[in-house]
Write a protein that binds this ligand. Structure first.
Ligand code: PGA
Length: 256
């Protein structure tokens, strides 16, 4: 069975004291859980949030990394630095990084390889823009992002060596749904998730496609989470705006 994941992407929000309050509110509520909860605060709050999550079932994640080991890369953060501070997950290929910071599929592929090399689990984001969807090209775009992002990465080998826990999660995030309030209809998201799962089966094996966890992201809120999580191929959500508030994020984790 695929264990659900609810991940909060705090983006460029929260000063240290605010991050502490938010993390404490979530950790206190979920001492035990059937859901993998991941908090992805900004780099400046990773250490503090990591300390708060210690001893709890909640995982720490980062919002990005750089693909080199170390050296003169001003402003960048390495995989080993993230591991050192307690991260287990890292978001890679978020549409904001693709669009604003011009990260292409080659850079994203390098970042995924670097994360896996250090046993950090990538949350690999893919998704089409509004224009691409209007042109009916959403599957073509997502397929290309997945094929190039996972190029030369042998996940089959990894699955055998991590006792059937695949250290990579895919997040389908239609760009037009991110931060806009326009959620993708759960049935439409489900169709894309089936498409992605089939593609993973084709690229690797059916077994791997079956166990791959595929998250939905884009305007997930307390009032749409239940419908989204009813879809059989949606294994969880990557939440932006609604992960910034204790009560809305907790309600999302407690989807029904
Ligand atoms: P949103 O962001 O929930 O605010 O739409 C999702 C994301 O960017 O991961």
């Amino acid at each position: 069975m695929r264990r659900p994941i609810i991940a909060g992407n705090w983006k460029m929000n929260k000063a240290l004291a605010e991050a502490e309050t938010l993390a404490l509110g979530i950790v206190e509520k979920f001492k035990e859980t059937n859901v993998d909860i991941i908090l992805c605060p900004p780099f400046t709050a990773l250490q503090k949030v990591g300390e708060i999550c210690k001893g709890s079932p909640i995982f720490l994640g980062a919002q990005d990394l750089f693909y080199e080991e170390n050296g003169p890369w001003t402003g960048e953060i390495s995989a080993s630095q993230l591991i050192d501070i307690g991260c287990k997950y890292v978001i890679i290929g978020h549409s904001e990084r693709r669009q604003i910071f011009k990260e292409d599929d080659i850079i994203i592929n390098k970042k995924i390889k670097q994360a896996l090399k250090h046993n950090l689990s990538p949350i690999f984001c893919v998704g089409e823009t509004e224009k691409q969807r209007k042109e009916g090209r959403e599957k073509e775009i997502v397929e290309r992002q997945i094929r190039l992002g996972l190029k030369d990465i042998d996940l089959t080998f990894r699955i055998l060596n991590s006792k059937f826990r695949i250290p990579l999660v895919i997040a389908y995030e239609p760009v037009w749904a991110i931060g806009t309030g326009n959620t993708c209809k759960s049935e439409d998201a489900e169709k894309m998730h089936i498409f992605i799962r089939n593609l993973i089966s084709e690229l690797y094996t059916k077994d791997l496609g079956d166990v791959m966890r595929i998250l939905y992201g884009g305007s997930v809120k307390p009032d749409n989470i239940d419908a989204i999580m009813k879809m059989p191929n949606i294994d969880g959500c990557l939440v932006g705006g609604c992960s910034l508030d204790v009560s809305s994020f907790c309600r999302i984790i407690e989807f029904r």
